[in-house]
Design a protein around this ligand. Structure first.
Ligand code: ADP
Ligand code: MG
Length: 273
């Protein structure tokens, strides 16, 4: 039976992984508007298996919208989204475009787990119940399989002793770690993080940063939206700077943080660091 960490990346080199498998996530020329407001203006992004791609950019640049479009929580009007080489099938065009195949949407969504800025734990469930809920109800996995996995994940994020606690009894950093355990318990193919440390006091951010670094070290595939430039520099294979719905600059972290080429990125970094 699958262990708690069954989907942990294998110790292949990045190069071997890339030739062996299509990217976990691939987005080509994505466009998204809310009515007349164009938010994403042709965004192309690839997350190969085992890589961490970080998205940085000012508030309002479209980072959260991009994650929600990836996760099919929102529907883009143009462009392609692919998971492991399989393209989302659409019907309709423009603002009427929507996925054509509900079963595909469900499958893709359950393969991507999202962690939000606000941890969104269910207040009426214990921490353990929160972590087990989706595997039990969405994936219909047996409790005998889910519970040991959930407990192992709570141990992994350092709150194994809080399994029976209520969310309100936890600090913000502990709640966010519970939310990460909950996301992992779905055994997703990739994790999407939307500013996971932004709601936390600085001293609590570090315990969440440590968990994210551990996951990166295990070669989990992740798309990470963060305001924490040090975290992005430490964990990313690739950094994307979004400005007003367009990729203004992208590259390896050493290049983006060490030798930014555009004035816009230089300005953003000097305001963020
Ligand atoms: P970021 O996460 O980079 O701060 P967002 O993706 O949240 O940016 O927002 C990008 C732009 O889209 C902003 O101008 C925001 O006001 C707008 N926006 C986001 N969500 C909606 C929505 N549901 N309806 C209308 N406009 C939205
Ligand atoms: Mg946002």
């Amino acid at each position: 039976s699958p262990s708690a960490l069954a989907d942990t990346g294998s110790p292949l080199t990045a190069a071997a992984v890339q030739t062996a498998a299509p990217p976990v996530i691939e987005v080509r020329e994505l466009h998204k508007a809310y009515g007349p407001l164009e938010v994403l203006k042709g965004v192309t992004l690839t997350a190969p298996r085992g890589h961490v791609v970080s998205l940085i950019g000012s508030s309002g640049s479209g980072k959260s919208t991009l994650l929600r479009c990836l996760n099919l929580l929102e529907f883009s009007q143009q462009g392609e989204i692919m998971f492991e080489g399989e393209a989302v099938r659409w019907r309709g065009t423009g603002h009427a475009r929507q996925p054509a195949d509900r079963a595909q949407v469900t499958r893709f969504r359950t393969n991507l787990s999202m962690v939000f800025q606000q941890f969104n734990l269910w207040a009426h469930m214990t921490v353990l119940q929160n972590v087990m809920e989706a595997p039990l109800t969405v994936l219909r996995q047996p409790r005998a399989e889910v519970e040991p996995r959930a407990r192992a994940l709570l141990d992994k994020v350092g709150i194994g002793d809080k399994a029976e606690a209520w969310p309100a009894q936890l600090s913000g950093g502990q709640q966010q770690r519970a939310a990460i355990a909950r996301a992992l318990c779905m055994q997703p193919r990739a994790l999407l993080f939307d500013e996971p440390t932004s709601a936390l006091d600085p001293e609590l951010q570090q315990e969440v940063v440590k968990v994210i670094k551990d996951l990166a070290g295990e070669h989990r595939t992740m798309v990470l939206v963060t305001h924490d430039m040090r975290l992005a520099a430490d964990v990313s294979d690739h950094v994307v700077f979004l400005h007003k719905g367009r990729i203004e600059e992208e590259g390896p972290p050493a290049q983006l943080f060490g030798a930014p080429r555009t004035d816009r990125l230089r300005q953003f970094l000097s305001a963020s660091m």
